[in-house]
Design a protein around this ligand. Structure first.
Ligand code: GLP
Length: 240
């Protein structure tokens, strides 16, 4: 595990941008595992800027997102498909047919999850999986629980996550209570995992990620078993 502690959010985003930009330059047909939430917004803005300057080409890049609310229409401005189009895909030269997000409109969510996992297996793992972290240590939508699921699955969101994400909706009652998410094993198919954390509300989750224990009560702690994990956080999330 490698940890990079940054002064602030901007520096954290810049460090992460360096890692992604280097990969995209060296491997134009790379596969990126992407995440939503407010934390990666700085990275996405930086990547769009580098594209605008002519420094990056996304024409051969493929992307695979971690999760999506269920049920939700892709056109809903709170869907993760909408978020990805709005924050990144609409600003770069990626072919949208090469961008994959679990389908929140699927009639059969279990079938959608099985197909998503099959697709991940068939493409052989992303080069980098980007992760944020929930205040309760969730990654993707793998919530703290007695058991964690290995594969892409339909899950119930915890009250803590529903409340944390309510800030993006008009009212907490509008937050979907379920989601489709890659499982811990799906995330582990990535060759490299980069986790971003910013702000003091992530401090408790990060300090558990940095201690010696594994616990399903903080799913992010499982990442300690990955052989190429980079944590990039700001001082507030690190706890200084
Ligand atoms: C959401 C997403 C996660 C994300 C987390 C943190 O629930 N499913 O992938 O990491 O929230 O979000 P934020 O970055 O806004 O704190």
């Amino acid at each position: 595990m490698k940890i990079i502690v940054c002064e602030n959010y901007e520096e954290m985003s810049a460090k992460c941008t360096e890692i992604f930009a280097e990969l995209i330059k060296n491997k134009p047909d790379c596969k990126l595992g992407l995440a939503t939430g407010s934390t990666p917004e700085g990275l996405y803005a930086n990547l769009a800027e580098l594209y605008k300057k002519g420094e990056l080409d996304f024409s051969k890049v493929k992307t695979y997102n971690l999760d999506e609310y269920y049920p939700i229409k892709a056109t809903n401005d709170q869907s993760y498909r909408y978020f990805m189009n709005d924050k990144l895909f609409n600003h770069i030269n990626i072919d949208k047919a090469n961008t994959f997000v679990p389908n929140g409109e699927a009639a059969d969510p279990d079938e959608e999850c099985r197909n998503y996992e099959k697709m991940l297996d068939a493409m052989g793992g992303v080069d980098i999986q980007l992760l944020g972290i929930g205040q309760n240590g969730h990654i993707g939508f793998n919530e703290p629980d007695e058991k964690l699921c290995c594969v892409t699955h339909l899950t119930d969101l915890t009250e803590s996550t529903i409340n944390a994400n309510a800030r993006f909706f008009n009212d907490v009652s509008e937050v979907p209570t379920k989601a489709l998410t890659m499982g811990i094993g799906s995330i582990f198919k990535a060759k490299k995992v980069v986790l971003l954390a910013s702000g003091k509300n992530k401090k408790d989750a990060i300090s558990q990620l940095l201690d010696e224990n594994l616990t399903t009560n903080n799913p992010s702690t499982m990442l300690k078993l990955h052989n190429d994990l980079v944590i990039i956080c700001d001082k507030e999330a690190y706890g200084e």
